[in-house]
Write a protein that binds this ligand. Structure first.
Ligand code: MV4
Length: 443
């Protein structure tokens, strides 16, 4: 592969360009009219405008991306995260046009995109599941399952994921009301009315295992990330390793994830998501078939370039490395353009910028002084990732780096102060936080 088109924008497009450069691979950026002045456009070897600002007419528009791919002559496509990254139709179209999709096969994306099918595979290989319906439910089956597992429970859309299409139900009365609504909503949002139910876990932790797998059945797991600091399914802080896992539990989860990947012939980078209760029981949630926003924390503790391995796997190389030694602790803070009180997006022009640095500090960002943050896309401005020999050192270093960070501009607000508050809190420092921590911290 001599040239790769990056079907994305922002910090992840730059992240991919950097690895391509180091590998001697030329890059092609695509951009919307709102992104003409974006950093990824300036950094790529070549850039092509693909349409208007709205994602549906640019970064999500398959024909426009395919035209750019044809025109550019690039041999591969890296989809980044979000946008088309887990779209099996896009992966199939790229493949049938004779190009390389840097990610799992269309069949795998189809399978893991179906939460019911993914759960079936998890069950087959012995991964613990939350008690619930085996497969999709109709009204009758839902009531039966609910009577055997009890309340509270959650209704989830088979085609949902990442928190989309999930409802908590506390009583049979509520189930009778909400089930038809959930099915209608699933049909309207995903074109698939199938829903399933699970016992609702109270205040769990979100733990995910990173995996790399090649075309030849070699699977390498790279430990976990804990992503419990989130608000409305938007992760805000991620770290590796998690204080909540013993080496023994980590090994058990990694072995199960490797079995899952081998069972379905998984290829590329991926993440298997779990919830963990206060007793340390873990339960399968879903699989993400893409590079994730929070991948740098794994890179920092394992000393490995995950994007490099995505590309090497896609071009047919063997994953012939032994598992790297994990070292120390890494914490990522997502710096968003949002109002600190309302959490609403707050884009604007960057007029003053100072990016922290120094030992153990990595910042992945597309910001530069004078850049106008467009209002059309997610509000991620920068990822601050700090490493330390111990978790305490990583936290202190992150607080030091947050103190250095300066992002100022008219209309531009950030959540830098929010991060200082979380990192200074006793719950976070003791690792006692769970997925409802932010709500409890703020209210
Ligand atoms: C759950 C749950 C509690 N019990 N399933 C939301 C995202 C999706 N990946 C799974 N999600 C949840 N599933 C059961 N049986 C609570 C959540 C959940 C959640 C999970 C991870 C991180 C943040 C969350 C926020 C709200 C709900």
């Amino acid at each position: 592969m001599q040239s790769i088109l990056i079907a994305n924008r922002g910090e992840i497009a730059i992240r991919i360009i950097r690895t391509c450069r180091e590998m001697g691979i030329k890059t092609v950026a695509v951009y919307s009219e709102a992104d003409a002045n974006s950093m990824h456009v300036k950094l790529a070897d070549r850039s092509l405008c693909i349409g208007p600002p709205e994602p549906s007419k640019s970064y999500l528009d398959i024909p426009r991306i395919m035209s750019a791919l044809e025109v550019s002559g690039a041999e591969g496509v890296h989809p980044g995260y979000g946008f088309l990254s887990e779209n099996p139709r896009f992966a199939e179209i790229v493949k049938s046009s004779g190009k390389v999709f840097i990610g799992p096969s269309p069949e795998t994306l189809e399978l893991v995109g179906d939460k019911v099918k993914a759960k079936e595979v998890a069950k087959r290989v012995g991964i613990p599941l939350v008690p619930g319906s085996d497969g999709p439910v109709d009204f009758q089956k839902a009531l039966e399952t609910a009577r055997s597992i009890g309340y509270p429970l959650v209704i989830k859309a088979a085609a949902g994921g990442g928190g989309r299409g999930i409802r908590v139900v506390w009583s049979e009365k509520e189930l009778r009301e909400k089930l038809p609504l959930a099915m209608q909503e699933a049909e309207a949002s995903f074109g698939d009315p199938r829903v399933y139910i699970e016992k609702y876990l109270i205040n769990p932790k979100h733990i995910e295992i990173q995996v790399l797998a090649d075309k030849y059945g070699n699977v390498l797991t790279l430990g976990e990330r804990e992503c419990s600091v989130q608000r409305r399914h938007q992760k805000l802080i991620e770290e590796a390793p998690s204080l909540s896992l013993t080496e023994e539990k980590r090994k058990e989860m990694e072995e199960l994830v490797a079995l899952f990947c081998k069972e379905i012939g998984y290829e590329g980078a991926g993440t298997v998501e779990f919830l963990m209760d206060a007793e340390g029981n873990f339960y399968f949630m879903e699989v993400n078939g893409r590079i994730q926003v929070e991948h740098p924390v794994t890179e920092m503790v394992y000393g490995i370039d995950i994007v490099e391995w995505q590309i090497r796997i896609a071009r047919g190389e063997k994953l012939n490395i032994k598992k790297p030694q994990r070292r120390g602790y890494a914490i990522e803070c997502r710096i968003n353009a949002e109002d600190p009180n309302t959490f609403l997006p707050s884009p604007g022009k960057v007029e003053e910028l100072y990016i922290p640095g120094g030992i153990g500090v990595r910042v992945d960002t597309h910001l530069y002084c004078g850049y106008a943050v467009p209002p059309y896309y997610d509000s991620l401005l920068a990822k601050l990732i700090c490493w330390g020999e111990t978790r305490e050192i990583a936290i202190k270093r992150a607080l030091r780096a947050l103190e250095e960070f300066r992002i100022e501009g008219t209309g531009l607000k950030t959540n830098v102060e929010f991060h200082k508050r979380v990192l200074s809190s006793r719950e976070f420092q003791q690792g006692k936080h769970h997925i409802r921590f932010v709500e409890e911290l703020l209210y």
